[in-house]
Write a protein that binds this ligand. Structure first.
Ligand SMILES: [Zn+2]
Length: 282
């Protein structure tokens, strides 16, 4: 079975799928630098350099990632400007942004509550508890938008270097995506916590002609399921297998020797190099 083969595949870089679950390398445009007491070290630092083809869209950094279709779903340690700072651009709706920003701040405070020994968590929580956002000025010499990705850095170290952040992030994603149902996993055969939805989707840049991110297994409406049950009710997959299957399927096409074969009827040459024209991360 495809899912069994995907979970058995061992990525070359074990860190990305193992100790950094539910993650993706994304283009990070900005850095918010904090001191240990939560005070900002100046304004946002731009990480993108429009004159450099490598960094024109930002620095590629492994950050928390999960499929975010609708609703409020903050990340941890790095997220869009609207989540981290609550800043509105001309396209933003104030109430929509305020809800998401408050959720990000509350999740950061949870990190400090649950991991009180992590100085990075304490600094980020203090930044929100002391309401220090007003000390960070909006960039005037660089274009920015509410959807730009910003990473938090504490005392010179990115928040994404913290093991405790990733441990909590794993818990958060599994709380969101599983709903607490337990049962027999069809992939590994163990009784474990089962997913309601796949926790991550595949980046569209990896899939030729994809118009949006793709879920590996999906029954969005009851009519899509075998017995009119939606989500993954008829495809019981545990959180570990779901995480590994998507992480490994994301990894495989990025290997240097990978090619994507399309049916000859839809593509005259039959083979497409996925890297052609790839520009952004999602
Ligand atoms: Zn399993």
């Amino acid at each position: 079975m495809l899912l069994r083969q995907l979970t058995a595949y061992k990525p070359i870089d074990d860190e990305s799928a193992g100790s950094r679950p539910y993650s993706r390398i994304r283009n990070v445009m900005w850095e918010l630098a904090l001191n240990a007491d939560g005070t900002p070290r100046g304004d946002l630092v731009p990480l993108a350099d429009p004159s450099d083809p490598i960094t024109r869209w930002g620095l590629k950094i492994l950050v928390p990632n999960t499929s975010r279709t609708s609703g409020i779903a903050p990340n941890l340690g790095a997220d869009d400007i609207l989540y981290v700072l609550g800043w509105l651009d001309e396209k933003s709706e104030p109430d929509w942004v305020a809800e998401r920003h408050e959720a990000f701040a509350e999740q950061s405070r949870r990190w400090a509550r649950e991991r009180p020994d992590d100085p990075a968590a304490a600094a980020v929580a203090r930044f929100y508890e002391r309401d220090l956002i007003a000390q960070v000025a909006k960039p005037t010499d660089h274009k920015w938008s509410s959807k730009d990705l910003v990473i938090i850095n504490v005392s010179g170290v990115p928040a994404t270097d913290s093991d405790s952040m990733w441990q909590l992030w794993k818990t958060i994603v599994e709380e969101r995506k599983s709903g607490g149902r337990r049962g027999l996993c069809i992939v590994c055969g163990n009784v474990d916590r089962l997913l309601d939805r796949m926790p991550q989707s595949l980046p569209k840049a990896l899939i030729p002609r994809a118009k949006q991110e793709i879920a590996l297994v999906s029954a969005n409406k009851p009519i899509h399921g075998y017995d009119y049950r939606d989500k993954l009710a008829t495809a019981p997959i545990c959180t570990g297998c779901g995480q590994a299957a998507v992480a490994n399927l994301t990894e495989i096409p990025q290997r240097q020797d990978a090619h994507v074969h399309l049916p000859a009827a839809t593509h005259p040459h039959g083979v497409v190099d996925h890297r052609a024209g790839q520009q952004s991360d999602d």
